[in-house]
Design a protein around this ligand. Structure first.
Ligand code: SF4
Length: 406
C-alpha cells in the first residue's frame, strides 16, 4: 500500500535502537513500557511479547535496582524487540543496564544531575554504541531551571534542560541521542516540542506524560502527538496511559496507521454509529468482530453496518462489510453483495471472508460469490425494511413539527 504522508516530515538524524532505526526518514515507531518488576524475567517477557503483538516496535523496562539489571541480562537476548532501560536517580543503574546488553538508555536530566555522572554514562554508551534518550519531564524539571523560569514549568525551561544535557554529551563527543520534552499539559508539550524541533535535528520521542486512564488519557495523548505528527515533528511515540500497556501499543499503532504514517497491519474495523434503522445491536456485533479479529495480521478495512438500507452504500469503500436486515447479514465485498448469512453468524462470516480475501484477493472473493442472487436478496430485505420503516425511520419530520409547535 502506498502511504501519503500527512505533511513533510522534518529531517532528523538517525539513531539505531538495536535493529530499529529512529529518525532520518525511518518509519515512525511505537513504544511502550512494561509494568512488571524487571526482576520477574518470565512475567516481563510475557508482557513484552504482548506489546510487540499489539504493535510496539521498542519496549522500555525500568532498571531501578540491581535485581532489575540482572533481569535485563536475561530479558534482552530473548526479547522480540529492542529494549530500553529507564534510569532515574542512580547513574550506576545505567552502567549496570549497559552491562546487561540493553539497546538504549533513557536518562531523566531532572534527577541525574552531576555532570561527571552524566559524562561517565555517555562515555560508556559511546564505547558500546548504545544511544541515549534525554527524557525531560515537566514534572521533574531541575530545581535551578524551575526557579530561573519563575517557579513554573515552561516550554523554554524544558528545552533548556535538554540542551544542558546535550552540552554534557558534547563534551565527551557523544551524539547518539534522541530527546523528549513531555508534559501532562497538551498545549505545553506541543509548544515545547515545536521549540525543540527548531533548535535540534536529533530525533524526537513524542508523548503526553501522565495522560491518565482511557478514554481521557487516549484523547489527551492523541491531541498532543497527532498535532505534532501532522506538522512533521516526531520520530517515535509513546502513549502514557494508566491502563494495561497493551492499550498503549495498540493506540500508538492505530494513530500512525490512521494518519497514513505506517502501513496497516491488522483489520481496520469501521462501523456505523447506529440509529433508529438498526436491525441489530451494532455495538455488540462491532465489539465481537473487533475481538474475533484480535491481533490477526489482516490489513483490510472491514465494516459493520446496522442496516441494509444505507449500510452497503455508506461503507462502499471498505474492502469487506456486513449489513443487517430482516434477521440476516448481507455481506459485501468492495460494495458488491456477495452472500447472505443468518444474523447470529455475521461475525464468523466476516472473519472467514476476511481471511479468504487476505489470502486470495478481492477478485477471487467476488468470483466465488453468486453476486446476482446476493444482490436480489439484499434488495428484497432493503425494500421490506423501507416498506416497514419508511424513509423517515427516526421520525424526524414529526419531531421537527413538535419543536415548531413549542
Ligand atoms: S442508517 Fe443504517 S447504516 Fe446508517 S447509522 Fe443507521 S443503522 Fe447504521
Amino acid at each position: 500500500m502506498d502511504i501519503t504522508p500527512v505533511s513533510e516530515r522534518r529531517i532528523t538524524r538517525q539513531i539505531m535502537v538495536g535493529n530499529v532505526p529512529v529518525g532520518g526518514g525511518a518509519p515512525i515507531t511505537v513504544q511502550s513500557m512494561t509494568t512488571t518488576k524487571t526482576s520477574d524475567v518470565e512475567g516481563t517477557l510475557q508482557q513484552i511479547y504482548a506489546l510487540a503483538a499489539a504493535g510496539a516496535d521498542i519496549v522500555r523496562c525500568t532498571c531501578n535496582e540491581r535485581a532489575a539489571a540482572e533481569g535485563l541480562a536475561q530479558i534482552v537476548p530473548r526479547s522480540p524487540v529492542p529494549i530500553i532501560a529507564d534510569i532515574h536517580h542512580q547513574y550506576k543503574m545505567a552502567l549496570a543496564a549497559l552491562d546487561a546488553g540493553v539497546h538504549c538508555l533513557r536518562l531523566n536530566p531532572g534527577n541525574i544531575r552531576k555532570p561527571e555522572h552524566i559524562k561517565t554514562v555517555a562515555e560508556a554508551c559511546g564505547e558500546k554504541g548504545v544511544p541515549i534518550r534525554i527524557g525531560v519531564n515537566g514534572g521533574s524539571l531541575h530545581p535551578d531551571l524551575y526557579e530561573k523560569y519563575g517557579g513554573t514549568v515552561t516550554a523554554d525551561a524544558m528545552v533548556e534542560s535538554a540542551q544542558q544535557e546535550m552540552a554534557y554529551f558534547d563534551e565527551v563527543g557523544f551524539e547518539d541521542i534522541k530527546i523528549s520534552v513531555k508534559a501532562s499539559s497538551v498545549p505545553l508539550m506541543i509548544e515545547a516540542y515545536r521549540k525543540l524541533s527548531d533548535v535540534t535535528d536529533h530525533p524526537l520521542h513524542l508523548g503526553v506524560t501522565e495522560a491518565g486512564p482511557p478514554p481521557n488519557g487516549l484523547i489527551k495523548s492523541t491531541a498532543g502527538i497527532a498535532t505534532l505528527l501532522a506538522e512533521g515533528i516526531g520520530d517515535t511515540i509513546r502513549y502514557s496511559l494508566t491502563a494495561d500497556p497493551v492499550q498503549e501499543a495498540r493506540a500508538g499503532r492505530t494513530l500512525l496507521e490512521s494518519m497514513g504514517l505506517r502501513e496497516r497491519k491488522n483489520v481496520d474495523l469501521i462501523a456505523c454509529p447506529s440509529c433508529g434503522r438498526a436491525e441489530i445491536d451494532v455495538y455488540d456485533v462491532a465489539n465481537r468482530a473487533l475481538e474475533a479479529f484480535g491481533e490477526r495480521k489482516i490489513p483490510l478495512q472491514v465494516a459493520v453496518m446496522g442496516c441494509v438500507v444505507n449500510g452497503p452504500g455508506e461503507a462502499r469503500d471498505a474492502d469487506l462489510g456486513i449489513a443487517a436486515g430482516n434477521k440476516r447479514g448481507h455481506l459485501f465485498v468492495k460494495g458488491q453483495n456477495v452472500a447472505v448469512v443468518p444474523e447470529d453468524e455475521m461475525v464468523d462470516a466476516l472473519v472467514e471472508w476476511a481471511e479468504f480475501m487476505h489470502e486470495h484477493g478481492a477478485e477471487a472473493a467476488l468470483a466465488r460469490a453468486d453476486t446476482v442472487k446476493a444482490k436480489r436478496e439484499a434488495d428484497r430485505d432493503r425494500d421490506m425494511l423501507l416498506e416497514k420503516q419508511g424513509d423517515d425511520v427516526n421520525d424526524a419530520e414529526a419531531k421537527v413539527d413538535l419543536i415548531r409547535k413549542r
